[in-house]
Design a protein around this ligand. Structure first.
Ligand code: AMP
Ligand code: ZN
Length: 468
């Protein structure tokens, strides 16, 4: 038995976690739609999934973590009308859909790394899995769960009696305000596209042949198809933002349970609440998104944002403000300061002294990933008058396996972090050149900085710089 207890959206209760396959946890996280920069709110689902992953590993489980990348089919309107977000971003920018997707995938991957998220076992793109999606839709069609209209192939939600169960939907109530007319022929507002056929006048960059005509997959299909490919069915945990519960996750469940004859398709559904980013001012649609690099430009270390994340429970809404970020950065610097003070402690820690702290930290992690409580225990250790340097060092390093704050490589420099937007920008430029495998460009930046007496160190949390 693991000691981990998680709040499961499916049952609306806290449940003890046990993997289906002994010793192996299989986790799928809904990933980004890569049509625009991912803002700092978008990082919360991945930080949450990262905590989950670390908590599962702390229970001694091997974790297979799959994250998808949505690069086709996600429309501006959840009712299957509207434009494809990627196509529309491509048209507006004059770049290809593939270029747009590659650009923002890179930004997202880089930002995830910078905030200390461990790499997923698999990153899978929707456009790389068209055949799997078509196969799943064919299976649903063969079993009688679909109907065809001019707009494409649709899932008939009336054929799946459990449809409303997951999100506790009130479809009768919804019907009155339905936008069913947006797609002529749609039988019910909740029905959703498995395969879309573009209107004759619409020119798309991304389309594929299918038994229903040349078109593109509906957004929800990719998650069912790719999770089945990489994790099998059923699997243990599916994560995502709370906004996905009523439509995206409800539809994923409908498709998967009907196509695969499995119930429950996923044992645990874990959802993160939103950050309040200040409404209009920094919303994606208005084009003023606050991205991690904006925080770096203001002098924050990326891991200070992780510290901010750890200060709130993932199921609580939280207001993000620059003041709150500053408080988090101060807390983070202080914790690094303690880690530096005890860094060279060479004595053996006294197990009897540390076991009580260890137990309390573990209890916090096991209590639905209670990061704020875990962080509070780390602070008790950092301040603890009853603890020697060796005990503090051992405990902080152990706790960092969950916190992911890179306390092990804390140096006096990071403890009082220097910040310089110009240098941070150049380091980021080198990083993106390296990711493009343009090593000549990366080396040019490195050499230019070296000439100023600045060295770049590559750490698991991303590159850092210091003056020599
Ligand atoms: P998107 O790329 O827009 O599909 O968003 C990716 C993920 O970020 C989704 O799972 C959303 O639930 C999540 N998300 C978007 N905005 C916020 C926010 N302000 N706070 C937390 N999560 C968010
Ligand atoms: Zn999904």
């Amino acid at each position: 038995m693991t000691g981990l207890v998680l709040y499961n959206t499916r049952t609306r209760t806290r449940e003890a976690f046990e993997p289906i396959e002994s010793g192996h946890a299989r986790v799928y996280s809904c990933g980004p739609t890569v049509y625009a920069p991912q803002h700092i709110g978008n990082l919360r689902p991945y930080l949450m999934a990262d905590l989950l992953r670390r908590a599962l590993e702390a229970e001694g489980l091997r974790v297979t973590h799959v994250i998808n990348i949505t690069d086709v089919g996600h429309l501006t309107d959840d009712a299957d009308a509207g434009e494809d977000k990627i196509e529309s971003a491509a048209a507006k920018s004059g770049r290809t859909a593939a270029e747009i997707a590659a650009l923002y995938t890179e930004q997202w991957k880089n930002d995830r790394r910078r905030v200390g998220c461990l790499e997923a076992s698999v990153y899978c793109k929707a456009t790389d899995h068209i055949a799997e999606q078509i196969a799943l839709a064919k299976r649903l069609e063969a079993k009688g769960y679909t109907y065809r209209i001019d707009d494409g192939l649709y899932f008939d939600t009336a054929k799946f009696p459990r449809y409303t169960e997951f999100a506790r939907l009130d479809l009768a109530g919804q019907e009155s305000g339905a936008r069913i007319a947006d797609v002529p022929g749609k039988r019910h507002s909740a029905d959703f596209a498995l395969w879309k056929l573009p209107a004759p006048a619409v020119q798309r960059q991304q389309e594929w042949d299918s038994p229903w005509g040349r078109g593109f997959p509906g957004w929800h299909l990719e998650c069912s198809a790719m999770s089945t490919k990489y994790l099998g069915a059923p699997f243990d945990v599916h994560t995502g933002g709370v906004d996905h519960i009523p439509v995206h996750h409800t539809n994923e469940i409908a498709q998967s349970e009907c196509a695969l004859d499995v119930h429950p398709w996923v044992r645990f559904w874990i959802h993160n609440e939103f950050y309040d980013l200040g409404g209009e001012k920094i919303s994606k649609s208005k084009g003023h998104v606050l991205v991690l690099q904006d925080l770096v430009d203001r002098g924050f270390e990326p891991l200070a944002f992780r510290y901010f994340f750890l200060q709130g429970h993932y199921r609580q809404q939280q207001a993000f403000t620059i003041d709150a970020m500053e408080a988090a950065a101060t807390g983070y610097r202080r914790l690094l300061g303690v880690a530096v003070q005890v860094r060279d402690a060479a004595e053996r820690p006294d197990d009897a002294v540390i076991s009580a702290y260890r137990a309390r930290f573990r209890e916090a992690v096991r209590d639905d990933l209670n990061a704020p409580r875990a962080l509070a225990v780390a602070w008790e250790v950092a301040r603890g008058a009853d603890l020697g340097a060796a005990e503090k060092r051992a405990l902080l390093l152990e706790f960092d396996g969950f916190l992911g704050l890179d306390l092990a490589s804390a140096t006096p420099r990071t403890a009082v972090a220097e910040s310089d937007p110009r240098i941070d920008g150049l380091v980021a430029e080198r990083e993106s050149a390296r990711r493009r495998k343009d090593f000549a460009a990366a080396d040019r930046v490195r050499d230019a900085l070296a000439a100023e007496g600045i060295v770049i160190e590559d750490t698991p949390a991303g590159p850092r710089w210091r003056r020599t």
